[in-house]
Ligand binder design. Structure first.
Ligand code: ATP
Length: 540
């Protein structure tokens, strides 16, 4: 319906006296308003009842599902008066869109510290919404706003006009997927490729992918490439935009950004339709990135952005430049393959006592046996420098770690252990996830055992309990516990005087990593293992 003939919005709606306009969207306007009796100040979302997209009608049913969650606005009242439908919700502050533009965006990107805070908070908001069975489906800068007063460092999600329950309240089941192409719901800039370009049914993964694109947009000078020509005005222009979005590879979108952003985007795209995302892991990843870059570990969104507390260390950050396999990375992949020597029956045992080979090693060997029947994983790696593509056989991370674990139990001296530690580092670095999986812990167990006393049985540092059990049973340490301990280990490993001392360090590393939410190896963690490999050579 056309709005030009709408009657003017009255000064009073229900018990609310309308004040200044806060913003307007496609379906209506938002006003600051005050309760005539209590004086309470709210944001009043006003829409014409005949509007073709009367989102208030949906929102009033969704708000109650979200009440009480951090960063979820409260719905105080709602009603219809004459032709006006209104919702009275918490009055909040500026949107990220406003703040970003104030600072010069998109010409000027946002600082990494702020984007990490945004990432931690937005992922947590999505976790909260999803836990209550609701998808947002319209994640964008204009729908992410800061709170007021004591909540001015908290981000809120607003605009649930496109939101939907993805858990059927009757059956308690996830909504079904569909092969049929559906009309697009969301926004041009950040809606996921599956939803926007392929017409798929939105699910939790798509909220997260939209968030990932939003983070990348904020960090990219001039923003995501498909946003640069403005909102498409014709169907043809919209088709061009969708094409551009569909073709943009994560490695191109994230060139020059810290690896976490590309990894997060890839992770979102790897989720299956009904899969539950690992929110905690990614909140922890962005927290660690923030700490590593000198911005501290808080997720509070401080505006204007403060300067980093310390400059980033000289070691270059791990940015990803996939698409091009660097010659040394390719060499390490191929070396890794040729080093996978399974026939070690004649190796003399010096450090280890074969009778006491621990559970982790037995497990690793069992995994190796299973591998003989496993299919090879072929991954295509294209090179944009040459405009060609090469096929490379990559051994999956788990398999390579299992082989390293088995070899660790057979190591005959410190030099052999040192080279195994270096191979372990290679595996962890060339993989898109730096999370220490149970295979990684098994390697640490084997290494610890060799360093400490191979004749004593050592309880594994991490068991392979199902993740749900682990989450129930464990109270995670705050990230600074792990970060502080690993930084100390990195400093101290260079002066370790014996294998026993190094064993204790490996054990401590395993313990703090197992107790942290993300179980990722940080930059300091990598430096610790590098130091350990050096020290093992020095103490031969
Ligand atoms: N609770 C609030 N407190 C303060 N400002 C708000 C609040 N809700 C919305 N706004 C402002 O109004 C703008 C539009 O709000 P909202 O997105 O909810 O409306 P909409 O009509 O659904 O918009 P669109 O059609 O663009 O999706 C927001 O970007 C924000 O700047």
């Amino acid at each position: 319906m056309s709005h030009s003939n709408n009657p003017p919005i009255p000064r009073y709606l229900g018990n609310w006296c309308l004040g200044r306009i806060l913003g307007s969207g496609y379906s209506g306007s938002i006003f600051e308003a005050q309760h005539v009796h209590t004086g309470q100040v709210v944001a009043l979302k006003v829409q014409h009842v005949d509007h073709e997209c009367l989102t208030n009608r949906y929102e009033r049913y969704l708000y109650p599902l979200l009440q009480g969650g951090l960063g979820m606005p409260t719905l105080w009242a709602s009603g219809v008066q004459g032709v006006w439908d209104y919702l009275a919700i918490d009055l909040l502050g500026a949107s990220l869109d406003n703040l970003y533009r104030q600072l010069g965006g998109p010409a000027v990107p946002l600082d990494l510290g702020s984007v990490c805070c945004i990432a931690m908070q937005v992922i947590a908001r999505l976790e909260c919404m999803h836990a209550r069975g609701v998808l947002h489906r319209d994640i964008q800068l204009g729908n992410t706003v800061v709170g007021r007063d004591s909540y001015s460092r908290t981000l809120y999600m607003i605009d649930f006009g496109f939101s939907k329950r993805y858990i059927d309240p009757r059956t308690r089941r996830h909504i079904p997927d569909s092969k049929e192409k559906r009309d697009f719901i969301g926004n041009y800039w950040f809606s996921s490729v599956n939803v926007h370009c392929r017409g798929k049914v939105p699910s939790r993964r798509d909220d997260l992918e939209a968030a990932a694109l939003m983070f990348i947009h904020l960090l990219t000078p001039r923003g995501l490439s498909w946003t640069r020509n403005g909102v498409p005005k014709t169907d043809a222009a919209h088709r061009v935009l969708k094409n551009q979005k569909r073709k943009a590879r994560p490695e191109d979108l994230c060139r020059g950004l810290p690896a976490e952003f590309e990894e997060f985007l890839r992770y979102c795209r790897s989720l299956s339709f009904a899969e539950q995302p690992d929110y905690a892991r990614w909140i922890e990843e962005f927290r660690e990135l923030k700490v590593e870059e000198g911005y501290g570990d808080s997720d509070e969104f401080i505006w204007p952005p403060p300067n980093p507390q310390k400059r980033p260390e000289a070691t270059p950050r791990r940015t990803r430049t996939p698409g091009v396999v660097a010659p040394d990375a390719m060499e390490s992949i191929l070396n890794g393959l040729t080093n996978l020597d399974l026939d070690r029956t004649g190796v003399r045992q010096v450090l280890g006592d074969r009778k006491n080979v621990e559970e982790a090693v037995r497990q690793a060997r069992a995994n190796l046996k299973d591998d003989s029947t496993a299919t090879r994983e072929v991954i295509e790696i294209s090179s944009d420098s040459e405009g060609c593509s090469v096929d490379v056989v990559l051994v999956p991370k788990a398999k390579r770690l299992a082989k390293l674990t088995a070899r660790a139990s057979d190591a005959t001296n410190n030099a052999a252990l040192s080279s195994l530690v270096r191979e372990f580092l290679e595996v962890m670095k060339c993989n898109s996830s730096r999370a220490l999986t149970k295979d990684g812990f098994a390697f640490l167990d084997a290494l610890y055992k060799q360093l400490e006393d191979p004749s004593v049985f050592v309880a594994p540092m991490r068991t392979s309990r199902p993740r749900s059990d682990i989450q129930k049973a464990e109270v995670k340490d705050p990230s600074y516990v792990k970060l502080g301990a690993v930084a100390r280990l990195k400093r101290e490993v260079g002066t370790a005087r014996s294998n026993k001392e190094m064993a204790a360090m490996v054990a401590e590393f395993g313990k703090v990593t197992n107790n942290s939410t993300g179980r990722t190896i940080t930059k300091d963690g990598f430096a610790f293992f590098e130091g350990l490999a050096d020290r093992l050579m020095a103490l031969q």
